[in-house]
Design a protein around this ligand. Structure first.
Ligand code: NAD
Length: 380
């Protein structure tokens, strides 16, 4: 067992059905006077949806707010700039993000440019932020990215189609909310994609070079819960037990990768997401079995463990055969929830692979992958 490691946790997380009601009171405790709510137009309009509930709680607590509802999936620099302009025009002093990873990352991006400099592309990398962001809270509505508790802000440069990450502990929201009642109406395809993203966080954390005993504990429990509940959440979105367990698994997965980091699946998924504007969870899910089968020789024991966490019987099998069962289990869950089998389905064009492979190897997630590859490996 690794005996020396650090472990960082989110400041405060409220978890469980109904916790969204506490947001007004928390805004008050943080002395937020005028909040910029960062979300998208669909969630803003949703009847009794997460934005309406956030507004109601803020109003009840006497906290003023303005709404920026222009977040796009795979949030773009133009979204960050527009949000920051509205923040200034409305004299806001704080931010609440409402949505999935895109809303949280856009809100982090807005906070970054307000206090650390206007060109967010220059801040890509690890621990590049000198100054704290404005006070930030996050209301999470998908069980997948865990951006509501992470130090990552994933943004896309719409001119270069490059997805980049600003990784800093200053990005972690002060308070986050995971209320599974807000997730009941997530559409089937998004439930599948985000659930597979969370599974990928667990798998990549578990086999990462930077894993430690705490991240292992979180990733293991996350995998067990996702193996048990993702199919149920996809089959019936109103299954509150399945939604609650998926929300919890996603949170565990986030704490794990916030510390253990990820690997080539995420490094490559960012290229597909940036180049083709494809849903992040689908990019991860499509790549995961192929990348992990290639990774298998680096750590067959860990992949054999994964087979067991996902409910496979590996008794009597050799280590490599058991590890292969782990990969097969990943393929099966992906197929069962309706994820396409290859990257053609998201428009991938081999003419783009050379540049995307070069960029994948530079992505911060690549460095903790357990097996080291070349550009040719990534392309193949
Ligand atoms: P998303 O935030 O892009 O949301 C996708 C769609 O789902 C949106 O159109 C939104 O309106 C809708 N939606 C969200 N919640 C809903 C709800 N409760 N009911 C109905 N519809 C709902 O999706 P995502 O997968 O959560 O986020 C993906 C983004 O997060 C990507 O850009 C990815 O790179 C990033 N990401 C960030 C981190 C991090 O730590 N910062 C980690 C992984 C991924």
């Amino acid at each position: 067992m690794k005996t020396n490691f650090d472990f960082m946790m989110p400041s405060v997380n409220f978890f469980g059905p109904g916790v969204i009601e506490k947001i007004g009171q928390r805004a008050k405790m943080l002395n937020m006077q005028k909040v910029l709510i960062v979300t998208d137009s669909f969630l803003k309009q949703m009847e009794n949806g997460p934005v309406k509930q956030t507004e109601a709680s803020l109003r009840a607590a006497g906290v003023s707010y303005a709404i920026f509802d222009q977040v796009e999936p795979n949030p773009k620099i133009r979204n960050v700039k527009a949000g920051a302009a509205l923040y200034k025009a409305e004299n806001c002093d704080s931010i609440i993000t409402v949505g999935g990873g895109s809303a949280h990352d856009c809100g982090k991006g807005i906070g970054i440019v307000l206090t650390n400099g206007e060109d967010v592309t220059k801040l890509a990398g690890i621990e590049t932020l000198d100054k704290p962001l404005p006070p930030l809270m996050a209301v999470n509505t998908t069980a997948g990215t865990a951006s509501e508790i992470t130090r990552h802000a994933v943004l896309t440069n719409e001119e270069t189609h490059l997805k980049f990450v600003v990784v800093s502990w200053r990005n972690v929201p002060l308070v986050s909310f995971n209320d599974p009642l807000l997730m009941l109406d997530v559409p089937t395809k998004l439930t599948a994609a985000t659930g597979m993203d969370a599974l990928c966080h667990c798998v990549e954390s578990y086999v990462s070079e930077n894993s430690n005993p705490i991240t292992d504990a979180q990733a293991i429990q996350g995998m067990k819960l996702i193996g048990q509940y993702l199919r149920r959440a996809v089959a019936n979105g109103h299954d509150l037990e399945a939604r609650t367990n998926m929300a919890y698994a996603s949170l565990l997965a986030g704490m794990a990768f916030n510390n253990a980091d990820l690997g080539y699946v995420h490094a490559m998924a960012h290229q597909l997401g940036g180049q083709y504007d494809a849903p992040h969870g689908v990019c991860c899910a499509v790549l995961m079995p192929t990348v992990e089968r290639w990774n298998m020789i680096a750590s067959p024991e860990r992949f054999a463990d994964i087979a067991v966490f996902l409910g496979e019987n590996v008794n009597g099998l050799s280590k490599m055969a058991a590890a292969e069962r782990g990969i097969a289990a990943l393929e099966r869950i992906s197929a069962d929830v309706g994820i396409p089998a290859n990257i053609k389905s998201i428009g991938a064009n081999p003419a783009d692979f050379k540049v995307m492979a070069e960029n994948a190897l530079k992505d911060g997630n690549a460095f903790s992958n357990p097996r080291k590859g070349s550009k040719a490996d990534i392309i193949s």
